[in-house]
Design a protein around this ligand. Structure first.
Ligand code: EPU
Length: 334
């Protein structure tokens, strides 16, 4: 296990703030993992970091643990499907790219999402009408208190919009591996989200063309973390009761919305933020991204506290105008 003292986290999390880990532990293989469990690190103050694409460090715990265990393998296949496992430290988009190259379908809409495979089930990453829960079969995890190893079925993971058992339960689990079921033929492309189908006009529909268009759309709409620090969507799209929605609709007849399976209404947070006059709003080195105000960006020297205070301004202003409370999607470490 590699260890470092007072290690800068600037390049290990996509907000790119100037924070330091008193101790950084890098877990690269199963032996490192055994050492991590046996040597008492988990009795200390720690945080487990995947790709760092969804975290804001208001405080840095004494030990920051980076999971870099890699490996992809086919577990089973038949004429129609392939079951592929990927270790937690695989970079998510490399894994998606690999699956598309093999002509395995199911993950192409999730192209270019930052982060690692191990982080993907935690908040049930989703984009362009697809969520990772749609392909996950088994999540292998270790309980960080009892060290119990468990295989979670898709059902056990209690997936919902940007949420899972791993995010909502008080128990602490370390995800080590994820098993996906992907298609080998007769792929069911999901193209009905936004303008995706229009973007594909003139192209043959294949896994690689869909992946490429998604990459193009994301690059156009979302800031690249290497150029402008951010953690993707900072807020979730709020899901409100029909009564709240019915009160708002007469005042805002152009409000976009989506009905959820449980008869609630999801309203795009980007729309609420824009209508509150906060699209491209900036305070010092923190602001909402002018192309997609759901994303909060670090223009350079913003501290985690600056970013957090800025997000509070957004929450309060949106609440004052719409009486809808935005919830943070990003993991805030306090
Ligand atoms: N909108 C505006 N103004 C804007 C942008 C969007 O009013 O400037 C409204 C429009 O009505 C638009 C709607 O918001 O139709 C939805 O916008 P968009 O398609 O960009 O998606 P989103 O709901 O804002 C979600 C995910 C993104 C994901 C996109 C595409 C959440 C919290 N975010 O954003 O995920 O890429 O859909 O599927 O659900 C992430 O989680 O980090 C992330 C980037």
């Amino acid at each position: 296990m590699k260890t470092y003292i007072n290690y800068p986290l600037k390049h290990l999390h996509t907000f790119g703030t100037d924070v330091y880990a008193p101790n950084l532990l890098v877990i690269e293989n199963d032996d490192d993992l055994v050492k991590l469990l046996n040597d008492g690190f988990l009795q200390k103050d720690y945080y487990i970091l995947g790709g760092g694409s969804n975290v804001l460090f208001l405080r840095v715990p004494e030990y920051v643990i980076v999971i870099r265990i890699k490996g992809i393998g086919v577990v089973d296949e038949n004429e129609h499907f392939v079951w592929v496992r990927a270790k937690a430290g695989e970079i998510w988009d490399n894994f998606v790219g690999y699956c598309v190259e093999q002509n395995w379908g199911g993950l192409e809409n999730l192209s270019l999402i930052p982060g690692t495979v191990g982080a993907s089930p935690i908040q049930n990453i989703g984009a362009y009408g697809v969520e990772v829960k749609d392909t996950i079969q088994i999540v292998d995890a270790i309980n960080l208190i009892t060290f119990e190893k468990r295989k979670f079925t898709n059902n056990d993971c209690c997936f919902s919009y940007r949420n899972s058992y791993f995010k909502s339960s008080d128990e602490k689990w370390l995800i080590t591996e994820v098993l996906f079921k992907l298609t080998k033929k007769n792929h069911r492309f999901v193209l009905n989200y936004g303008n995706l189908i229009n973007e594909l006009t003139g192209h043959t529909i294949s896994l690689s063309t869909v992946r490429q268009r998604i990459i193009d759309i994301r690059k156009k709409k979302l800031p690249e973390p290497q150029l402008l620090g951010n953690a993707g969507s900072f807020f979730k799209n709020p899901i409100v009761d029909a009564s709240v929605f019915n009160d708002l609709l007469p005042c805002y007849p152009d409000m976009p919305f989506f009905r959820t399976e449980d008869n609630k209404i999801k309203i795009p947070a980007a729309w609420l933020i824009e209508k509150a006059g906060l699209k491209g709003y900036r305070v010092g080195d923190t602001g909402t991204y002018p192309m997609q105000p759901l994303v909060i960006v670090n223009y350079g020297k913003a501290t985690p506290q600056d970013i957090y205070h800025f997000s509070e301004i957004i929450v309060n202003k949106v609440f004052d105008k719409f009486k809808v409370k935005l919830e943070r999607e990003v993991n805030v470490v306090r």
